[in-house]
Design a protein around this ligand. Structure first.
Ligand code: ADP
Length: 635
């Protein structure tokens, strides 16, 4: 097939533009990215060779070779891995498959210069980082699974298009040839290359080699110097997770984390553990400092890398990690699994179950230890991942109390920016208080001013303030903690005082007529109207039934496209409030229907506003208020 010219997809064009024009620091990571791609390609070939021995013969000894050519001004990264067919090269190097690319580019535009390199790897746009140092990139690749020597040649000067044509190549694998820009020619120097490889790719299992030429004295003729060239391995290659933890320096742990996570900051926590006995495996796991982009999206890739006896099997093994711990990164290396393990086997494998159990235990124990011994560090963790962790209460029933112990909450008692725990909450409960109370709301709301808190404040009861979208669901799942029921202050009937309860009963008679007028007027809007045990200052509020959804939750489910039937609420009125004395006498003395109705509507609309809901007729509401203000409300 002849040489074909093709256009890059729009997002590649934009990405290349960014690579070329806005990323100037940490340019050297292009080498890490290309070596990492080469290493992945070798892993794939090796995996393939388990069932196809001819591949090993064709490819030879696995290695990645760096070839600087000072005359041509090119740097070649050569691997003898799986290679690419023509179609694969067009698809893989002409488009970006990852769905997060748009956000990535936006993030890249917004990020400060020092954060930009960290974003590159995270989104798997590694290959294009070549254009940070090269103005032209040529890729010559031959597929390892095909028997012919025909190869493909992909080429682009990042001008919006690339060409693809035929080539010859004596061995399978890929050559990525970078035509370096003048100012980036330093990457042709031996010491520069050594440095970058050691800094970023030391743990790569495959040898990263380079021909090193040395000048030596000729032993036969002292006047003469002879040149010898030898292939030297630049990386130490030791799989870090197999080393003894006592031999590993913190920097080594951190560097490896950056390799597996494509993060640019150090991890918050390292978990390195070897299990021996009926199941043998090693885990080197990390809790990151920051939540990566997309952690709340459905296509977020979950799970550590899975190795079987040092052979990489998959990039993300979701089977060993529950979703609520999806922030955990790292490596698991098993000695028990077969090398040709498939997804189906993983799903029902005893060893995988053991590994998963161990991971969950280790991670939760580590978090508990962190919470105990490093409160500021733990708070940071919680800020980033608390929302994800609490999903565990819903999905991992057997550990719900253990997970609940790890959650932090603001409350009506905590100072601004400070948080409490359920355990502390329970310890601080007055003897008379028999339940744990919480209120939900949006983070930007002034929840402390909520009328739903009035009676609790009067009683001196602490109320947890929950602002995550899923909090209400989580509390419904948790139901109780340390034998104390968990209740929402905006649901169900509240009676904090036994004496008040009796008083309320007595008042029912007094307000009977008014209550029935209210019920009658609002019969299409609310389920019931009753006297409130939770209000002290405000006139009225809307509450959900015990066990029902709170309005926050209802809105969230609707926004997710779920068909949530509209739930009628209960209107609670504060019998102590002067407005009811006025309304009561209005009703008792046969006030006009129109006036009573207007008051009832005003009350109901106020309650809607307090709940954070929209009014059906805001203009009517405003008119009534203005009328009252102008004195038209006087009898
Ligand atoms: P990522 O490696 O995160 O998928 P890249 O942009 O670095 O993203 O690479 C895109 C794709 O191009 C890879 O997934 C792989 O299929 C292919 N590719 C890149 N480099 C090589 C290589 N050296 N050998 C074989 N395939 C490669």
């Amino acid at each position: 097939m002849s040489v074909q010219k093709m256009e890059f997809k729009t997002e590649v064009k934009e990405l290349l533009n960014l690579m070329i024009h806005s990323l100037y620091s940490h340019k050297e990571i292009f080498l890490r990215e290309l070596i990492s791609n080469a290493s992945d390609a070798i892993d794939k070939a090796r995996h393939e060779s388990l069932t196809n021995k001819e591949i090993i013969e064709a490819c030879g000894e696995w290695k990645i070779k760096i070839i600087p050519d000072t005359t041509a001004g090119t740097l070649t990264i050569r691997d003898n891995g799986i290679g690419m067919s023509r179609d694969e090269a067009v698809a893989e190097l002409g488009t970006i498959a990852h769905s997060g690319t748009r956000e990535f580019m936006q993030a890249l535009k917004d990020a400060s210069q020092k954060d930009k390199p960290g974003l590159i790897g995270q989104f798997g746009v590694g290959f294009y980082s070549a254009y940070m140092v090269a103005d032209k990139v040529v890729v010559v690749s031959r597929k390892a699974t095909e028997k012919t020597s025909s190869a493909i040649k992909w080429e682009s000067i990042a001008d919006g298009s690339f060409t693809i044509g035929d080539a010859e190549k004596d061995r399978p694998g890929t050559d990525v040839i970078l035509h370096l820009r003048e100012e980036d020619k330093k990457y042709l120097q031996e010491w520069e290359i050594r440095d970058v490889v050691r800094k970023y790719s030391d743990y790569i299992e495959h040898p990263v080699v380079m021909d090193i030429t040395r000048e030596q004295e000729d032993p036969a003729d002292k006047e003469k110097r002879i040149k010898t060239t030898e292939e030297e391995t630049l990386n130490s290659r030791k799989a870090i997770w197999l080393k003894d933890p006592s031999e590993i320096k913190p920097e080594e742990y951190n560097d490896f984390y950056k390799h597996v996570s494509h993060d640019f900051t150090d991890p918050a926590k390292v978990i390195h553990y070897r299990a021996e006995g009926t199941s043998e495996f090693t885990m080197l796991l990390y809790v990151p400092q920051h939540a990566p982009y997309g952690i709340l999206y459905r296509d977020f890739k979950i799970g550590p890398m899975l190795y079987v006896k040092r052979v990489q099997i998959m990039d993300h093994c979701a089977e060993v990690l529950p979703e609520y711990l999806r922030f955990v990164k790292g490596v698991v290396d098993s000695s028990d699994l077969p090398l040709n393990v498939s997804r189906e086997i993983l799903q029902s494998n005893r060893h995988i179950e053991v590994i998963k159990k161990n991971i969950v235990k280790k991670v939760l124990d580590t978090l508990a230890e962190m919470k105990k011994n490093d409160a500021p560090g733990y708070e940071k963790f919680h800020k980033e991942f608390g929302r994800v962790l609490k999903e565990g209460i819903h999905f991992d029933f057997s550990r719900k109390e253990q997970i609940a112990d790890l959650l932090l909450y603001a409350s009506t008692r905590t100072d601004a920016g400070k948080l409490t725990t359920l355990d502390e909450y329970v310890k601080n409960m007055p003897i008379a208080q028999d339940a744990i109370y919480y209120i939900t709301g949006r983070p930007d709301e002034n929840i402390l001013q909520s009328p739903y808190l009035e009676a609790f404040r009067t009683k001196g009861y602490e109320v947890l303030i929950l602002t995550d979208d899923i909090d209400d669901l989580i509390m419904l799942d948790l139901q109780e903690y340390k034998g104390k029921k968990i209740k929402s202050v905006i649901k169900g009937d509240v009676s904090l005082d036994k004496e008040k309860q009796a008083e309320k009963e007595a008042q029912k008679g007094k307000f009977e007529k008014l209550l029935s007028r209210l019920k009658d007027r609002l019969k299409d809007e609310v389920k019931d109207v009753r006297l409130s045990g939770r209000l002290t200052d405000s006139a009225c509020c809307l509450v959900a039934e015990e066990g029902g959804l709170d309005p926050q939750m209802e809105k969230m489910l609707r926004s997710m496209g779920q068909d949530v039937p509209s739930q009628k609420r209960i209107l609670e009125i504060n019998a102590e409030h002067p407005v009811f004395a006025v309304m009561n006498s209005m009703v008792e003395q046969g006030g006009s229907d129109e006036q009573v109705q207007e008051y009832v509507d005003l009350l109901y609309n106020q309650a809607l506003l307090l709940e954070g809901s929209k009014l059906k007729d805001p203009a009517g509401f405003a008119r009534s208020i203005s009328k009252l203000m102008a004195g038209g409300g006087k009898k």
